[in-house]
Write a protein that binds this ligand. Structure first.
Ligand code: RI2
Length: 307
């Protein structure tokens, strides 16, 4: 494998690079590096491109942002010779990264509109898209406060809490299991997404669906912030989203618990009936419009190929 590609792949796998948007951009960058580093003929280019593509997709199985980023860069590649193909891949990768960053900005603006002045917000894990909305609401002059979950086992909530505090936002970190206890004080839940299925189900960090259930019970609006490349074309043809299960050692050392089994799924699915809105760069939509986003906005059909 190409050294710079492998370096990024390993970082995605180990979660040194994490967050659905970030891993998508990192995969695009890895493809750009491949194009820059390739030496050989056109047949070799296509063969190696295929290997790099499969390798990157294999690094984390759940977030479709990774696959969509790879397809975006690879499926648009055009050229009759290696030099043209190289340029095309580099351009597509740069385009994807730029569009992804612009999408975040827009989502921040749209999402901030959904956050009332004086609101208490609950967020889970560490989502750049969700944070963008919360930070934008604060920058718009709204007085907000945030509860954020620590997010076991990786504790991504620590990153969230620090980022919000740095912005001067009133933030309180709670353990994941305290969500229902505090829900009575919450006005809106704002989370991100790793993958959105064609039926509007949102796959996000483990625990998200429990939070949605608690919000539903307390009649608290639950909104998801996600770029359109987090919608999964494959789900249109009935493919299920694979939920990543990671090493149990991320929870505890099994050697300290003889006879005890561990499970460590890192995502879960929240059904559309618990979701009030999905904030995308193309607008704020009902989760039931997921299919329309996949078919129309992403302009991709099954298997991520362009129509
Ligand atoms: P952004 C993360 O996954 C979290 O589940 C987060 O909610 C989601 O990606 C979206 O993050 P992980 O990589 O793309 O921490 O909004 O497992 O940053």
């Amino acid at each position: 494998m190409y050294a710079r590609v492998e370096d990024i792949g390993k970082k995605i796998k180990s979660m040194e690079i994490r967050g659905a948007g970030r891993i998508g951009r990192a995969a695009a960058l890895a493809l750009k590096y491949f194009a820059e580093d390739f030496e050989g003929n056109i047949q070799g280019f296509y063969e190696d491109l295929d290997n790099v593509k499969e390798y990157l997709i294999s690094t984390r199985p759940t977030a479709v942002s990774l696959k969509n980023a790879v397809y975006y860069v690879v499926n648009r590649a055009k050229g009759e010779n290696v030099e043209d193909l190289r340029k095309s891949i580099i351009k597509n990768a740069e385009d994807f990264i730029k569009r992804s960053e612009e999408a975040l900005e827009i989502i921040g603006k749209y999402g901030a509109g959904r956050i009332p002045d004086g609101a208490t917000i609950l967020t889970h894990c560490n989502s750049s898209a969700a944070l963008q909305c919360i930070i934008q609401a604060h920058r718009d002059g709204k007085k907000i406060r945030v509860f954020n979950t620590e997010t076991r086992p990786w504790l991504q909530g620590h990153i969230t809490a620090r980022a919000l505090a740095k912005e001067g936002i009133d933030v309180t970190m709670i353990v994941d299991s305290a969500v229902r206890y505090f829900m009575r004080d919450v006005d809106i839940v704002v989370v991100g997404a790793d993958t959105i299925a064609s039926n509007g189900a949102v796959i996000n960090k483990i625990g998200t669906s429990q939070i949605a259930l608690a919000a539903h019970e307390a009649r608290v609006p639950f909104i998801v912030c996600a770029e359109t490349y987090k919608f999964s074309p494959e789900t249109v043809i009935g493919k299920l989203v694979k939920i990543e299960e990671r090493d149990p050692r991320e929870i505890a050392n099994p050697d300290d618990f003889p006879g005890v089994k561990f499970r460590n799924p890192v995502f879960d699915a929240t059904p559309p009936e618990y979701i009030d809105a999905i904030v995308t760069e193309k607008g704020v939509i009902s989760p039931y419009l997921a299919y329309e986003i996949i078919k129309e906005v992403m302009n991709v059909g099954i298997e991520g190929k362009e129509d």
